[in-house]
Design a protein around this ligand. Structure first.
Ligand SMILES: [Zn+2]
Length: 167
């Protein structure tokens, strides 16, 4: 018998934590995400697969998939799931097991800015952090998650909020 897992509702939302999928540019998750999402909506645990821990995944073409419903506690960053929303950018590697590379597309960046802005409208002011800014990895040479200039991204987020179109 399958016992449905009930994910808890998050009581506070203070920040968005950004991740990447550590995959090559030719890999996308569109085939897997709907399958996982369906499993999640059917009650969580089935065939031994838990629902994806991120609330959102942003594909290479900029499409955004809501995985775990945004008001529920995610499982993406140990110690920070109770007050944050996890967003995963698909990409970040040029080869399997390779170095972290900022190879995210313009469509993904724009989609992220729109999504972040939308979340702020909904939850109020939110902090933006990279996974690797809030959690120390066990292996010191683990590439940052995501391999992206976060200060620049935070600047873009601020500009976007002021209605400045970044092209
Ligand atoms: Zn991560």
């Amino acid at each position: 018998m399958t016992v449905p897992i009930k994910y808890k509702t998050r009581e506070k939302t203070k920040r968005v934590i950004l991740h990447d999928s550590h995959t090559r540019p030719d890999v996308c998750c569109t085939e897997d995400v709907p399958r996982w999402s369906v499993l999640a909506h059917e009650g969580g645990l089935k065939m031994g697969i838990l629902s994806i821990g991120y609330q959102f995944i942003i594909e290479r073409d900029g499409s955004v998939t809501e995985c775990r419903p945004r008001d529920l506690v995610g499982s993406h960053t140990p110690g920070h799931n109770m007050d944050s929303i996890g967003v995963c950018l698909v990409g970040g590697r040029e080869e399997d097991g390779g170095e972290g590379v900022d190879n995210f597309t313009q469509e993904q960046r724009r989609a992220f800015l729109r999504l972040f802005n939308e979340l702020v409208q909904h939850y109020g002011p939110l902090d933006l952090k990279a996974h690797s800014e809030v959690q120390r990895f066990r292996h010191r040479d683990h590439p940052p998650c995501p391999p992206i200039d976060m200060d620049l991204l935070r600047e873009d987020v601020a500009l976007f909020a002021q209605g400045i179109d970044l092209g």
